[in-house]
Design a protein around this ligand. Structure first.
Ligand code: KIV
Length: 273
């Protein structure tokens, strides 16, 4: 007889129901061990295509492939038990047509077992979002600063200061909510706009660099842990400096190996004294 206790995962419906209520806590995760550390503390784990920059050292997210997202999605599912896991659709895997988006989103859902996919875009992606949702694929949308559009947007910069841009982001948010997205990431927008959107649309807004005025927050875990030294966004608070600890540990190890004072098995973790 199996004594395994199964934990029910937080669903996309649970996240949707948090509109205007307890803030939704989200972090990115790309690997099984990190997912395990974060899982008890968050509502949602996002397997973001930021992994291209954070794990693979790319300059943008544009080089990330569907296969990469699927392998990391599987790892995060293996490492977590409770959080709602959402996997990003990478650049080029959904923009061509709603049929292409369905085919690739279905593959992500089938092969990883995740709860939903995330895709970037607003008004222009509304039809695709509706197509996916009507066919059983929950979608998290992503408006404001859209990293996959970095070349047309003129770099990574705050969005929504100019009136015209703010109006576009508002229209985008309304369109994705109307199309059936269960939540929307609002990235890099000014506070008055994030506040207005949050009041206006019916689904939770998940902010990143968009002020606390949203229904929830998402950050890149490596940013808050001090594990991504390349770039530190201004809005990120660093809760730990693990990069420094890794460097110190490696230096101590190197010193001991070079001094031939490398410890024996009595110093190893897991060996009973
Ligand atoms: O790719 C990612 O990690 C994201 C978050 C930063 C929202 O899209």
């Amino acid at each position: 007889m199996s004594t395994q206790v199964t934990t029910k995962r937080i669903s996309t419906r649970d996240i949707r129901a948090r509109k205007g209520g307890e803030p939704v806590v989200c972090l990115t995760a790309y690997t099984a061990p990190m997912a395990g550390f974060l899982d008890p503390h968050v509502d949602l784990l996002l397997v973001g295509d930021s992994l291209g920059m954070v794990l693979y050292g790319m300059d943008t997210t544009l080089g990330v492939t569907l296969d990469m997202m699927i392998e990391h999605g599987k790892a995060v599912m293996r490492g977590s038990r409770r959080a709602c896991v959402v996997v990003d659709m990478p650049f080029g895997s959904y923009q061509e047509s709603k049929e292409q988006a369905f085919r690739n989103a279905a593959r992500i859902m089938r092969e990883t077992g995740c709860a939903a996919v995330k895709l970037e875009g607003g008004v222009e992606m509304a039809e695709t979002i509706r197509f996916l949702v009507e066919r059983g694929i929950p979608v998290m949308a992503h408006v404001g600063l859209r990293p996959q559009a970095v070349h047309t947007a003129g770099g990574f910069r705050a969005h929504g200061r100019a009136e015209e841009e703010a109006a576009q982001i508002r229209a985008d948010s309304l369109a994705v909510a109307e199309a059936g997205a269960f939540s929307v990431v609002v990235e890099g927008t000014v506070e008055p706009l994030a506040r207005a959107l949050t009041a206006e649309i019916s689904i939770p807004t998940i902010g990143i660099g968009a002020s606390p005025a949203c229904d929830g927050q998402v950050l890149v875990s490596e940013d808050i842990l001090g594990l991504f030294a390349e770039f530190q966004p201004k809005f990120v608070k660093r809760y730990a400096n693990l990069g420094e600890l890794v460097s110190q540990a490696a230096a101590s190890y190197a010193e001991e190996v070079r001094a031939r004072s490398f410890p024996g098995p009595e110093h190893c973790f897991g060996v009973k004294k």
